[in-house]
Design a protein around this ligand. Structure first.
Ligand code: B1M
Length: 220
């Protein structure tokens, strides 16, 4: 129904045009497109296309950086709406979230954090390039229920295993659950490294977090 709007959103990312992406995000909300639809059907397909062209060497690092800026401009408009719209309220818990050491990809991780926050979880976002020990230290400090680890590179996925080990070493397992995600991450990888769960996208990450923290924790 909104295909031409979605096509324009996708193109603004491919063009690396932050102003256009921001305007299209605002226009989408004005026309009744939900923030999650704009992200999933408009902006993310643009990022996927850019990633494919980068792999084929028909687009280059500066192009990918410009696209990331455009994506961030769209997210700046959509994030507050996402938080307002939230899905159905779950029982909340505390989640320490970050991207693995050596990895600076933040867009997907931040989207996961935004949706978790929108759904009543308390999110402590450690940012990107986070050492395994920092995940463990913050999990202890915040009495976290879950540690969420994002990785976008095949080389930095191993850092997710390091986080599972650091949480174990800190004596926080099995109480503190570890969930993993990111483009190269699979369910099988999550199983291999002893993580408690894998989510393919931000919406599934919320569902997974709800499964892992089934009790209301308002009393904490
Ligand atoms: Co990079 N990059 N990048 N990059 N980049 C990828 C990941 C790549 C697949 C592109 C490609 O070659 N096709 C490739 C990785 C190849 C590989 O290892 N398999 C790659 C590469 C090679 C690199 C560099 C090495 C390039 C270079 O320097 N030569 C370099 C590495 C830098 C580093 O981290 N050390 C690099 C740099 C960059 C930029 C800085 C330019 C920029 C990031 C900017 C930023 O984040 N501020 C960038 C971008 C934008 C991408 C692509 C194009 C898009 C990533 C993105 O934001 N997607 C990406 C190609 C692609 O993924 N198609 C690519 C949109 C986002 C919403 O999706 O992040 O997948 P995603 O998150 C999803 C799910 O994965 C999931 O939910 C999210 C929302 O639905 N999810 C989780 C994510 N984390 C989760 C955690 C969970 C659960 C679900 O639980 C905890």
């Amino acid at each position: 129904m909104h295909q031409s709007a979605f096509d324009a959103m996708r193109q603004s990312i491919v063009d690396g045009a932050p102003d256009t992406a921001g305007s299209l995000a605002r226009a989408a909300l004005d026309s009744g497109i939900t923030p999650i639809d704009a992200i999933d059907n408009g902006f993310v397909p643009g990022m996927s296309y850019v990633g494919e062209q980068f792999a084929k060497r028909t687009m280059f690092l500066p192009d990918m950086m410009a696209s990331a800026e455009a994506m961030k401009a769209a997210m700046t408009v959509l994030e507050p709406e996402l938080k307002k719209h939230g899905l159905e309220r779950p029982s909340a818990g505390t989640i320490v979230l970050g991207t693995t050491k050596g990895d600076i990809h933040e867009i997907g991780k931040t989207l996961v954090g935004t949706l978790l926050t929108a759904n009543g979880f308390k999110v402590c976002d450690l940012g990107v390039d986070v050492a395994a020990e920092a995940f463990a230290a913050k999990a202890k400090e915040f009495n976290a229920d879950i540690v969420g680890v994002s990785a976008l590179l095949t080389t930095t996925m191993r850092g997710q295993k390091g986080v599972v080990e650091a949480i174990e070493k800190a004596g926080l397992r099995p109480r503190v659950k570890v969930i993993v995600g990111g483009a190269p991450v699979t369910r099988q990888w999550a199983h291999e490294i002893g993580a408690d769960g894998y989510a393919k996208d931000a919406v599934s990450a919320v569902a997974l977090a709800r499964e892992l923290v089934p009790q209301p924790v308002a009393a904490r």
